[in-house]
Each structure stands twice: as C-alpha cells, then as structure tokens.
Ligand binder design. Structure first.
Ligand code: GLU
Length: 321
C-alpha cells in the first residue's frame, strides 16, 4: 500500500470477540468506528475474533450481527458468512494465514519456544488494561537468538508458547485522539506470545495479520488497547506491512470507574433492546461522546453529519451513570 492510499476513503473495522451478548461499551465501540469510517465515505468490516475456542460461540457472533442490524450499523465485508474479497472473516478459519505470518517471524530468527508453566493463557484475548498486564521476564529467551539454538533449548519437551523477541526499543506513534505516544516494548510487555503451545493463535499476531491483509487503514477501538498498538506496530514492521492509523476513544465506565463489561447484565443488549429504541440508545451514546448537547433520539446515519473526532474528549473514561 502506498502512503497516498491512506488519503483515499478509509477502511475501518469492528472486531468483536463472540464471548457473550454485546453490552453498552461494545455498542459504543461499534458506533465510533462505524462513524469514523462512514464519515469519510469509507468501508467498514466486521471481523469475528473467535480465537479462543473455549470462550467463543457462533451463536454469539450471529447475535452480534442481529444487534448491529438493529442499531443500523451496516458492514460492507465480513461477518459470520464472510462476504468480501479478504475472507474468511472469522479468525478461527484463518489459521493458514497466521501460519504464513509466523513463518516470516521464524525465518527472521526472532521467535523462540517458551516452557514456562504459567505461559500466557490469556494470549488469545486482547489485553484490555483493566485485566492486568504481564511483563515476561525472558526466562526462556536463548542466549543467542536464531533457529538452531532456540530449537535445541527445549529438546523433547512441548513448549507452552512461541514468543517473539522484543528489543529494548521505544515505539513512537501518534494516536488520533490521544496524540503522541512512546512505549518501550521491553518494559511494557517483554517478549510476547505469538502462538500458544496448544496451537491457539495470539491476539497480537492475528489482529495485525488480519488488519494488514484486509487493507484496514484505521484501527478505532477503546483506549485500554492504546499500548497494544506499540506491539502491533512492531509486528507490522517485522511482517513488512505499513501500519494503519490508530484512533482510540474513551471507555465507558460505571460510577465506580470500572469498564462496562459483559458481567453487567442491565447493560447487555438483551435488556437495552427492551428499554430503548435504536435511536434512543444511539442518542444517549452520542451525548456521552460529546457529539450531542442532549441525549435526543437520532439514527446512526443521522449522526454522521455531527460526527467529528475533535468533538470527542481526550480522556480515558466517560462515566455513564
Ligand atoms: N476482539 C478484541 C476485543 O473485543 C478487539 C480488539 C481490537 O479492536 O483490536 O477486545
């Protein structure tokens, strides 16, 4: 992709994990990324992030589609049935692609098997900040990186993970809302998992492979993934893809300052669809985002003329109650 393509109509995406019914925070994420792409006449992709076989269910993915329909948030590519040129759009069906990308990392000599017993079981999930963060101490990192040594390291044993070496480097990037960022990878995460020993793919590798191959030009998501962008930028450079633009938005929180989650059943779309019309719900979210002076009913497409990144506050959290 050339830099001039970044000025063409954007390609955005919504990448939900089908591990439960959407809640208000997920709706906010879908709405902001849809508005950002559509405002500039761009495309919006729906990618199903079902990397975790234990937690993901196809019925949840179908329910997400139904909820997006109800909200009036239409997608051009993707979804469970995967219409579009860059499919399939369910991560569980994209193993061959991740294998190819991992092969590039292996060939560069930057991966190694990790035998630590508390290996990263959470690796398939996006590391939202409130989930806590682990900095890998480098226990299994071989003294010298490169194929032979790392293969010998655990001869005969089944690795718990494949890790990617990260240098003691500061990654710099500019977030559309939060401005210039500096993240030292060694201090932020250390060598991170790209594949689990049981074969499950790590979120970081899959999300970069997918966003790159689907031609995504803007990654719009909650700011608890802001620092993951640094890991992703590192992967983009190793895999030979241009990085997209990153735009993170504030998280919706309850009065106690906690990120809204699938645990709050009152905020699940199951309940919200009983209590609100789509326009009322979108109006409420638009008001929280600073796009409306009052929470009056408005459709997603009706909100397009009022959408602007500069209206959104550059704060980490917005309290909803
Ligand atoms: N599947 C991730 C989540 O639901 C999305 C992360 C992303 O947008 O990169 O948290």
């Amino acid at each position: 992709m050339t830099s001039s393509q970044h000025h063409a109509a954007p390609v955005g995406r919504f990448a939900p994990s089908p591990t439960g019914r959407m809640h208000l925070g997920n709706v906010f994420a879908a709405l902001i990324s849809w508005l950002s792409a559509r405002k500039k006449g761009g495309k919006w992709i729906l990618r199903i992030e079902d990397l975790d076989p234990q937690r993901s269910r196809m019925e949840y993915a179908r329910q997400i589609e139904d909820d997006l329909d109800w909200l009036g948030l239409d997608w051009d590519e993707g979804g469970v049935d995967g219409k579009g040129p860059d499919g399939p759009y369910c991560q569980s069906l994209r193993s061959d692609i991740y294998e190819e990308e991992l092969e590039k990392l292996r060939a560069s000599g930057l991966t190694y098997p990790c035998f630590c017993t508390r290996a990263d079981i959470m690796a398939t999930q996006a590391p939202h900040e409130s989930d806590g963060r682990m900095v890998y101490a480098g226990t299994c990192r071989p003294a010298r990186l490169g194929g032979e040594l790392s293969l010998q390291a655990g001869a005969g044993r089944q690795p718990r993970a494949i890790r990617l070496f990260v240098p003691d480097t500061t990654i710099r990037f500019t977030d559309r809302l939060f401005g210039p960022q500096e993240v030292n990878l060694a201090r932020h995460c250390g060598d991170f998992t790209v594949r689990r020993g049981d074969g499950a793919w790590a979120y970081q590798l899959a999300v970069v492979a997918d966003d790159a191959r689907m031609g995504v030009t803007e990654v719009v998501r909650g700011c608890d993934l802001l620092l993951s962008s640094a890991q992703q930028i590192y992967l983009y450079s190793l895999l030979g893809y241009p990085a997209p633009e990153f735009a993170h938005f504030p998280l919706l929180c309850n009065a106690a300052g906690q990120r809204l989650s699938k645990r709050d059943s009152s905020l699940s779309l199951e309940q919200l669809r009983k209590d609100y019309t789509p326009s009322h719900l979108i109006g409420l979210l638009a008001w929280h985002a600073g796009l409306l002076p009052e929470p009056f009913p408005i459709s997603a497409s009706g909100l397009l003329p009022l959408f602007s990144w500069s209206a959104l506050p550059a704060v980490k959290t917005i309290t909803t109650d």
